[in-house]
Design a protein around this ligand. Structure first.
Ligand code: 4NP
Length: 159
């Protein structure tokens, strides 16, 4: 059976989307669905291409038991917009950038926002933590844990 393929996207692919990847992978594995759901992440810039996740993000994630293993890469519209069933943006600017890149292609209908899967979140995006302090990284993880739960419920109805 075909896997559902999920791509998480943020600006640099070193903070939010690698965390989303790790949080969601943990949930998918716990539910025994690893063979049904493929997960990756990418950035809208190549500023950090080839780098591991931001050390501050890694430290906060590690405290909750998440190991961030992904290496930053930029979105490749030619490949990614064909391959992934869901392309999930972290914030409103990421949404706009992805929609612009996918304009006029079927992929526009496969772009979602992370917080749309979070019914209880008091935020309509996952804020960029890069220039802020510890609380921003904790907020990222709080929002991702909630939104990934909602995303998994959404996918379970389809697989
Ligand atoms: P991310 O965070 O988009 O969650 O990976 C950022 C990482 C790097 C930069 C901005 C945001 N930057 O400007 O280099």
């Amino acid at each position: 059976m075909d896997k559902k393929k999920i791509l998480f996207v943020c600006l640099g692919n070193i903070c939010r989307s690698p965390s989303a990847e790790a949080v969601f992978r943990g949930m998918v594995e716990k539910e025994g669905l690893a063979d049904r759901i493929e997960i990756d992440s990418a950035g809208l810039t190549d500023y950090h291409a080839g780098e591991p996740a931001d050390e501050r993000m890694q430290k906060h994630a590690q405290k909750r038991g998440y190991h961030l293993t992904s290496i930053s890469r930029p979105v490749d519209p030619d490949v990614d917009f064909e391959r992934y069933d869901m392309i999930i943006a972290m914030d409103n600017q990421n949404m706009r950038d992805l929609e612009r890149l996918a304009e006029g292609t079927p992929a526009v209908n496969r772009i979602f926002k992370m917080t749309d899967f979070c019914s209880e979140c008091p935020y309509d995006e996952v804020p960029d933590p890069y220039y802020g302090g510890d609380e921003g990284f904790e907020l990222v993880l709080d929002l991702l844990e909630q939104a990934c739960g909602g995303l998994l419920n959404f996918l379970k109805e389809q697989i």
